[in-house]
Design a protein around this ligand. Sequence first.
Ligand code: AMP
Length: 279
Amino acid sequence: MQIIRDIAMLRRAVSALQQGGKSVALVPTMGALHAGHLSLVRMGKRVADHVIVSIFVNPTQFGPNEDFAAYPRDEDRDAALLVEEGVSLLWAPDVATMYPGGHSTHVEVAELGADYCGAARPGHFDGVATVVSKLFNQVRPDVAIFGEKDWQQLAIIRRMARDLDFALDILGAPIARDSDGLALSSRNAYLSKDQRAAAVAFPNALKAAAKAIAGGADIAETLAKAEADIVAGGFDSVDYVALADAESLERLSLFRKPARLLAAARMGKTRLIDNLAVA
Ligand code: AMP
């Protein structure tokens, strides 16, 4: 596996991979890889001849009081995992390569980025849309793969790719979960043993709420109960638990399909997100 940090070298390496009409899948990540990321790589291997993974902890998607400095980084470990998965190229630019001095162009997906995590993390999705559009232009893949774990992010990237005519397919991969049901996340590493055990209250509350809503329960009452259950389970606060149209992300007060339950909750300094189909 080649590890590349320079844009000109990346362009040459991608062209070489594409020789003979071979296709390329891109899996963008911030590193601290877990089985969820590796499931995206495996999907990439199924749909394309080569998989390129990017690792870039993107400063512009972190707020001033968020965990950019503390975010877990271990490139050697990540690279070893990617070699085992048969990844062709690791694109690992530094901040100065991604944002050279004077960088002043941003991408904003206004309609989809305002609510949910966008409300709790102002500027977050502008940072995501900007860096992902840069990654698309740098690598120029045939397909890019994102996790359904970040449902709002996936919806925003699909909309951005459509709106800006990026010539690639966007694929979503199902959420990989631990055996107790907690969605895998690099941020789970912040949880103490006791916090990790308690965190199962989060997916459990969402599962119960999704079942209740599909069964015809009152939506406002069900969402309020889910919030109360998450706090009773040991979380300090809930940013949101919402029922949304799965594509437009519009909040739903009446159940109609396709719908998605979206949620974010905080335990100590750790903020976790999750979502579920309501079917
Ligand atoms: P991150 O490194 O957290 O920015 O995530 C990189 C990509 O992996 C994003 O497309 C995420 O949605 C995806 N991802 C993260 N956790 C999971 C998971 N548990 N299951 C599936 N995809 C995931």
